[in-house]
Each structure stands twice: as C-alpha cells, then as structure tokens.
Design a binder for this molecule. Sequence first.
Ligand code: HMG
Length: 390
Amino acid sequence: MNIGIDRLSFHTSNYFVDLKTLAKARSVDAEKYYVGIGQEKMGIPSPDEDVVTLAASAAYPLMQDGELDDVELLLFATECGIDQSKAAGIYVHGLLEMSARCRTVELKQACYSGTAGLQFAIGFVARNPDKKALVITSDIARYELGSPGEATQGCGAVAMLISANPRLVAIEPESGYYTDDVMDFWRPNYRSEALVDGKYSTRVYIHALLESWKQYAEESGRALDDFDRFCYHIPFTKMAEKAHQKLARKLGIPIEKKEMQALLEESLRYSRLTGNCYSASMYVGLTSLLDTSEEDLAGKRIGLYSYGSGCVAEFFSGVIQSGYREFLYTEQHRNLLENRIELTYQQYEDIFNYGVPTDGGEYVFPQYKTGPFRFSGISQHKREYESLVD
Ligand code: HMG
C-alpha cells in the first residue's frame, strides 16, 4: 500500500518587501541578496496574521473541497508557538470546523518538525488505512533588524493531507536521519527574534545532509542519478544549490550549474518570493515544484532533504503519482503570489515593531489584507480569531 501526500495547499502573507528596498536601507548592493543568497522578496505577516491564520488559510481550500471531513489526526508543526501549553493546531481545528473526533498536537524541532509530522502521519495511516491525517507546517522567520539573517526573513504555511493511495506523492519507506546537539540557530522563550551563528549553520546544514544521505543510500541502495528532482530545506535558495553541489562532489560526481538548475530550479521559485518559512520551507519547495514544472512529473522520484537547526535532519524520497496535476491548487497559489502588496521600508519597520501586547488588556487589531481568517485581537491574554468567510 502506498501512503503519502494526497493534497497540498500553500499560503503566505499578502505583504512583501522587495530586497532591493532592504538593500537600499542597509546600504548593501542588492545583488548580494538577489544573486549572493538567491532571494528577491520576503513575505511579511501583517499584525493580524500569525501562524494560526497562515495555517488555517493554507488548509482552507481542503476544507472547501470536503477533504477534512474524515481527518482524525491534526499535526501542527511550528517553531513560532503562540502558547506554552495549548497547541496552536487547536485554534486551526476550530477555524476549519473539523470533527471533534480528532487527535491534535503541536510539534517542534526548528524547521524539521513538519517532516516529523509527515512521518508520524504515515505511521498513523499505515495502522488505519481508511483514515486520514492533516499535517500543517506554519512559520514566520524573524531576525533582528540589520542582522545578516534579516534578508532571509519570510513567512508561510503548507497544509498536507496524508492518506493511503495518495493522489500527489507516495512517500517511500527508506529514510536517513541525523541528530546532533549544536547551537547554530535558536530562539530562547523570551525573544521574538532568532539568534544565529550564520556561517556555522550553513556548515552544519551540509554536514547533516551528508550524514543523512549516507543512511538513506545504505537503506535504499539508490544513487543520485536515481532521482529526477530534489527539494531541499530552503533558508535561502543559494543554500539548497550549494548543498546539492557539495553532496554531488562528495559522491564523486561534480555537477554543472545547468544540470543542477534542471534538478532544483522549479522547487526554488516560490521561496525566492516568500523567504524562509522555517518548518514550511521544504514543503513550499515541493508545492513550487509540482505547481510550476512544465514537464509532467508523473512517475518521477524526488529526493527530499529536511533540516532543522539544533539539529535534526532527514533525507527521504517520494514518487509523483499519475494524474497529480488535477489535484493541485496551482491557480490559487499563483493568484496569491501575484497579488501581494509591496511595503515601503518604513511600513516594514512599523509592522516589524508592532508586537503582540502582553499586559492582559483588550486589543482589537487593525484589519489588513489576510486570507480567510485573521488574528483580530487579544482579550484577557486570550487570542481571538475571526473567520472572514461564511
Ligand atoms: P552574510 O554573512 O551577510 O553574507 O549572510 P555573505 O557575506 O556570506 O554573502 C552571502 C553571499 O553573497 C556570498 O556568497 C557572497 O560572496 C555573496 P558565497 O560566498 O556564500 O557563495 N555576495 C554577492 N554576490 C553578488 N553580488 C554582490 C555580493 N556581495 C556578497 N555584490 C548568512 C549570510 C547565511 C550568514 C545570513 O544570511 C544568515 O545568517 N542567515 C540566517 C541563517 C541561515 O539561513 N542559515 C542556513 C542554514 S541553517 C537552516 O537552514 C535552518 C534555519 O532555517 C532555521 C531552522 O531550522 O529553524 C535557518
């Protein structure tokens, strides 16, 4: 029995900053961002958007299509938890009017937790082949203003329906994984921006790739040329390209730039426009690949590399199913990305500094352009959400 991703839907904020604007404000050559790290825009969440609204908006098309009716497991992956106790997924469960007969929990391990969710969901479906799971990855990448990480900020969420006989991607059983206790990137509970040892983090990302590939290759007996495409975790698109080059070189098959672009480019298109989406990043890459590849990818094998700082990494693979294009939300994703509103530098800084009040008072947030749900305010330390659809 094949198990894997049956539907896949993505959402990001309706606001962005062009990295040319940031470059000007920071007196940096814009080519450093556009070419050096391979990023063009960063998605900026409005004050009435958070990981809950991004997640619920990502899953909304599945709700409209009646795909959530028989979901009995909701796994919410994020590193931007909004509460130390209550899982953010419970708010999403409510907004999406899902059945009470459902297990709901939040998962955390930096950018890796979505992959943990996917693998746990596959285990659930293996035991209950007639049941479905919903895995949502949702994050907002924030670094200090003026820091090296600033240009890699972004936000986004991906909702994945996991089932037997999936219509999009069957996930193969072999996997290579790797854990190491390192401080490359972290965010103590009292901070709203991540701390990062940037250059070190890029080296750990690559080391963890080589280690997890080793186990995957031993288990599967596959080599790099058994893959038609690759989707990497994408903190910035250049990182994915560099990692693939390193892996190929390590395996003794150095790769030309053109050849590498053919393997990776389609998966990097959305991320170049959204920025890092932490736990959602690799799945934004997968959505981008499926949505934008001109080639019919049915029957093609893709290699997936998930990395979460701290760190945990996993290399695994999936095979794209025939007829997959019929079940994508390509048009919705294109409309979203094409109709975002550009922020000036000052607007960006104002939104960045807006902050969530912590004094237990009554607050109603101004209404920005969001998806179908918004974070409307706070009352007595309780977050309030509003559905903008009937
Ligand atoms: P930096 O140190 O300011 O940048 O920030 P740089 O000086 O290394 O320049 C970047 C690249 O631009 C270089 O290319 C320059 O040569 C080039 P490279 O040498 O690397 O090939 N460059 C130019 N190119 C064209 N025209 C120019 C120009 N100027 C320079 N004029 C850094 C880079 C990665 C440190 C920073 O972005 C950062 O701290 N980012 C955050 C950390 C990060 O993303 N790490 C990635 C691995 S860890 C990870 O993926 C996990 C994560 O997602 C978190 C999680 O798991 O939750 C982050």
